[in-house]
Design a binder for this molecule. Structure first.
Ligand code: NDP
Length: 290
């Protein structure tokens, strides 16, 4: 049986079209234009491309974008002051600091300085806490994008055994929480996992977020599994994922390609989170009394 190719480009375009429609409606109702501020420190070429793509997606969806480009010598103190200003600005609903930061700036201090109400990347401990408690507010964009792909392809993880390879704060851990919140049985594997293939072969759904080209090969995958490749590895011949697509696609029931799978979803989910931030700031939810 031919595996179903999960088309991240088409699904990302559909998500952005939905966001554009909802932004128009929100602005008509409230007079508020959702705004996203993106801070970049230094001139790392890959980061510059990511920031440009984020600003382009804002234009496509009717979200205002504010790009703040700071030189690589910027001190942590100056960056924190910039974030403080953005936290107070009424026209900025989402704030994103492009990672990685130069080595002299402490990433965790910077991410914690962003107001949790404007933390559209979902990396603030408060938003991590919401996620852990099963009530995600701003879920980190890449794993949220994986859930959106599964939803839009009609793949329910309820009752599935899902194996996530990778436990980073950006991908692996939030991915596991999002799957758990949907009633999957989740196993998280990492570099200290003994006999990794034992776990991956029992996965109904396998997520690879390792950062190693073609790490997952066919004999690590069960027949009929759904395989989600989060990896983005830049090789001289071009981009490749963490999954050996050529061999694994012969066994999988559904699989994401690289490029064109999970990658395009991250920015689409950032737009969705920015609209959510604008909505929550415009009409904060009333917390029920205990
Ligand atoms: P990290 O390097 O932060 O994490 C990699 C994880 O893989 C770690 O938890 C590590 O374990 C685990 N790992 C490494 N080697 C092995 C091994 N031999 N066996 C089992 N586990 C192993 O990467 P990220 O989570 O940030 O990113 C993962 C991949 O996803 C990268 O290719 C990255 O480029 C891509 N990515 C893609 C995005 C997108 O938009 N599509 C966004 C973000 C990332 P340990 O914790 O023990 O070290």
């Amino acid at each position: 049986m031919e595996p179903k190719l999960i088309d991240g480009r088409a699904i990302s375009a559909a998500v952005k079209a939905d966001v554009a429609r909802d932004v128009t409606e929100f602005t008509q109702q409230t007079g508020v234009i959702p705004g996203l501020a993106v801070i970049i420190v230094g001139d790392d070429p890959a980061s510059c491309v990511y920031v440009r793509n984020k600003c382009r997606a804002c234009r496509e969806t009717g979200i205002a974008s504010f790009e703040i480009a700071l030189p690589k010598e910027t001190t942590e103190e100056v960056l924190l002051r910039e974030i403080d200003t953005l936290n107070r600005r009424a026209d900025v609903h989402g704030i994103l600091v492009q990672l990685p930061l130069p080595r002299h700036i402490r990433e965790e201090v910077v991410l914690r300085a962003i107001s949790p109400d404007k933390d559209v990347d979902g990396f603030h401990p408060v938003n991590m806490g919401f996620l852990l408690s099963g009530r995600p507010r701003f879920a980190p964009c890449t794993p949220a994008g994986v859930m959106e792909l599964l939803d839009r392809c009609g793949i329910s993880v309820d009752g599935m055994h899902c194996v996530v390879i990778g436990r980073s704060n950006i991908v692996g851990k939030p991915m596991a929480q999002l799957l758990l919140a949907r009633n999957a049985t989740v196993t998280v594997c990492h570099s200290h996992t003994e006999d990794l293939p034992f776990y991956t072969r029992s996965a109904d759904l396998l997520v690879a977020a390792v950062g190693k080209p073609r790490f997952v090969c066919a004999d690590m995958v069960k027949d009929g599994a759904v395989v989600i490749d989060v990896g983005i590895n830049r090789l001289s011949e071009g981009l490749c994922g963490d999954v050996d697509f050529a061999t694994v696609s012969a066994k999988a029931s559904a699989i994401t390609p690289v490029p064109g799978g999970v990658g395009p979803m991250t920015i689409a989910m950032l737009m969705k989170n920015t609209l959510l931030a604008a909505r929550l700031l415009a009409c904060p939810p009333v917390e029920p009394r205990a």
